[in-house]
Design a binder for this molecule. Sequence first.
Ligand SMILES: Nc1ncnc2c1ncn2[C@@H]1O[C@H](COP(=O)(O)OP(=O)(O)OP(=O)(O)O)[C@@H](O)[C@H]1O
Ligand SMILES: [Mg+2]
Length: 422
Amino acid sequence: MKLLLLGNGGREHALAWKIAQSDRIEKLFIAPGNAGTASVGQNVPIATTDFDTLATFVENEGIEMIVVGPEAPLVEGVYDFFKTHPTLSHIPVIGPSKAGAVLEGSKDFAKAFMVRHGIPTAAYATFDGTQLSEAKAFLHTLSAPYVLKADGLCAGKGVIIAETLAEAESELEEMLGGRFGEASARVVIEEFMTGIECSVFAITDGTDYQLLPEAKDYKRIGEGDTGLNTGGMGSVSPVPFATEAWKARVEREIVRPTVDGLRAEGIDYKGFIFFGLINTAEGPKVIEYNCRMGDPETETVMLRLKSDLVDLFEGVAEGNLSERKVVFDERSAVCVMLVSGGYPGNYRKGLPIVLPKVEDSVVFHAGTKNEGDNIVTDGGRVIAVSSYGATAREALAQSMQGAEQIDFEGKYFRRDIGLDIL
Ligand SMILES: Nc1ncnc2c1ncn2[C@@H]1O[C@H](COP(=O)(O)OP(=O)(O)OP(=O)(O)O)[C@@H](O)[C@H]1O
Ligand SMILES: [Mg+2]
C-alpha cells in the first residue's frame, strides 16, 4: 500500500515509525514531515491544510490511504474534501469528518454532546460576549479554582484556571473581549474537577472501536508539575490506576456512549478518539475530547502497541475493526521531550543538534529540519526520547541517558516524567 501521513511533529514521527513496520506498506509519504520522518519514509513539502495540492499529489502518486495526524486539517474538513472529491472519494481517510472533529473544535459542542449522551463530565455553562453579567453570575455559583475555556481551537493555550473570583472575572472579560480571537467568542465555564489525569485512546470505524494503550502526559514545564503549560514535556504508559476494571468502566460509561452517540447523531467518525480523562472520587470523567492522537502520548503508545497499525487502519476503512486484534506490550514506556531554552516563552530556532546513535531508545523528532548536512532545531519541542523498561522508573532512566547524549544549545528536559504515579 502507498500511504500518505499528514503532519510534522513528534506524534507523526511516532506514527510513521509504527506504520513503516507494517509489511503491508509499499511506500510511506509524510506531508510535510520533519528531519526524523525522512528516515522512515519520504517527506513531501505540502502543508496539511493545502487540500488541493494534497489531492494532486494523491492522484499522481496513486496513494491508497491518507492518515491525518494533527487536528487543524480535520477541523477544516480534509475528510469531507476527499469524500466529495470527483476522482478521489474512494480513498480511505483515517480521521473524522468536519462534523466529527467538532468534538475537539468546539468545547461547547463537546459538553452538550456529553450531556445528551449521559457521559460524565464537569457541570458547565457557555456564554458569549452579550452575556457577561450572566457569566459572572454563574461564576459566583461555583467555588475556586475557576475553569474558563475558549470554545474554539487554541493550540492548548485556551484554558485558564483562575485561583480567585476576581482573577476569573478579569480573565473572562479578556476572553470574551477577543483575547483568543474567534476561538473565545464563546467561553465555557465549568466546575473544577480534582483527580489524576489520564489520556485514553480509541480507534473507531464508526460502529465498533478498539482501545489502544492509555498514557499520561506532563504539560507543565517544571518538575513536580510547576510553571507554565506546554504542549507536553513527556508521557508514560501504562498508567497504574488504569486497571482492567477501571478501563471497563471507562468503556461502559464513556467510550461506548461516545461512539454510539456519534452514530445516533449521523456523524461520520472513522479514526482516533482521544479521551482526556480525570479520575475523580466519583470515578472517571471527561475533561475534553481530541479528534486525533495526543502528543507526546503517541511517542509511548506506539511503543506499547504490538499490533500492526496499518491492519487497524484497514479495519477502520473496511468497517470490520472488531475483527482486528490489538495486543499491548506489557513493558512500560516513558518519553522525555527535549525542548528549546526559553520554551514555552520565546526560544531560538536553527541550532545544530548533536545526534549520536542512542542505544535502547527510540528517538522521535518533534521540531527539527535538515539544514545542509546538519539537523537543526525548528520548534519549542525538539526531540522526544522514548524507551521501554520493566518498570516506568527503568524506562525513565533509559530515556534520560538518551536525553543526556543528544545535545543542542539551551536544551532543557524534565527528569521526573512518570515518577508521580509510580
Ligand atoms: N474542569 C476541569 N477541572 C480541573 N482541571 C481542568 C478542567 N478542565 C481543564 N483542566 C486542566 O486544563 C488542562 C487543559 O484543558 P483541556 O484539555 O480542556 O484543554 P486543551 O486546550 O484542549 O488541551 P489539549 O492541548 O490537551 O487538547 C487539562 O489537561 C487539565 O489539566
Ligand atoms: Mg484539546
